[in-house]
Design a protein around this ligand. Sequence first.
Ligand SMILES: NC(=O)c1ccc[n+]([C@@H]2O[C@H](COP(=O)([O-])OP(=O)(O)OC[C@H]3O[C@@H](n4cnc5c(N)ncnc54)[C@H](O)[C@@H]3O)[C@@H](O)[C@H]2O)c1
Ligand SMILES: [Zn+2]
Length: 361
Amino acid sequence: MTETIRVEAASRAYDVVVGVGVLDELGERLRGACYADAAFVVTDSHVGPLYLRRTLDALEAAGLRTSSITVPAGERFKRLDTFGSILEAMAAEGLTRDSVVVALGGGVVGDMAGFAAASYMRGIQVVQVPTTLLAMVDSSVGGKTAIDLDAGKNLVGAFLQPSLVVADVETLRSLEDDVFVDGLGEVAKHAVLADQALFDSLLGAPLTRNSDASALVEVVARNVAIKRDVVNADERERGLRQTLNLGHTIGHAVEAASGFSLGHGHCVAIGLCCVTRATESLGWTSPGVAERVERLVAAQGLPTDTDVPHDTIVSFATHDKKRHGDGVSLVVVGDVGRCEIRHVSLREFAHIVELGCGVDA
Ligand SMILES: NC(=O)c1ccc[n+]([C@@H]2O[C@H](COP(=O)([O-])OP(=O)(O)OC[C@H]3O[C@@H](n4cnc5c(N)ncnc54)[C@H](O)[C@@H]3O)[C@@H](O)[C@H]2O)c1
Ligand SMILES: [Zn+2]
């Protein structure tokens, strides 16, 4: 029950292995994917106690020298000082260009360890071992790495494609429900973007962390393939890759307005529903789609609307770093499986927020 998705990015081709128990095969698989004699594992204080020993054992069984660092868990530690402590530990362990960084954890660890790998000695290899649903379906694939600054999230980073991604869906079982559900925001986004069949199957049988392993493998693998298809077509942030921002313009604004207390996936779900309600009433979206998207989102246990005031959403959204020129680039759902980018003026955007947000709340 292992699925392998091949990602052919311009800078590197690599496998994403999704399966049950594949964590124990990490060493062998890493040997097949990288030139490395030593592996440095970066994990956090929640994931380390659960999976670090197994990870080190798997690496050592394949003859790799290992060392590790466990950083405090949470987005608030995705910062320069934690990043600095990772780099100092890498140097203290004597890592060379023949070493590989293994990121064991959620998106926070993946982003920070990936950026450390991209920076250390001007770039060494990284292997991603995502342990949250969000990291499996989104952040571990595509090569974006980053840390946060006081001025905003993900403001410093680099592009570094991993040499390998190993996603063991059994690790999802230990997630808190809320963290698992948060990852479903990006899953719903992918289904709306590109996959009517996934959309229908999630609507019929919402995914939980207790779903059958085969269902978890299938959904994760399908989501990786969707992201892969977009990233393959467009490795850097242009054109098609922008469609992955579906739901994110309003979503990011709601996230920022909540002081980042509401999970990213919850906010993406809100953004997805709000923008689709608005564009349907503008006639840009086929009739009935907004209601179907809301049903999908609600079925996964995610919110479909927000009570954040309209002007607060507009003001946060128009300070977003993804804004170009005078307006906002918005991903618009034509129908399930069909999206397009529309550039809207600030006035049009404010109107869209009026039409779509705070309707159900
Ligand atoms: N690089 C990208 O393309 C990209 C895309 C989307 C999001 N991100 C980034 O990802 C981050 C969010 O990732 P996340 O939602 O995975 O958050 P996270 O890494 O903070 O993980 C959420 C929580 O779950 C814990 N955890 C992780 N795996 C676990 C497991 N298997 N069992 C028990 N607990 C576990 C973590 O310690 C943490 O407390 C953000 O910083 C975001 O900017 C990056
Ligand atoms: Zn996102």
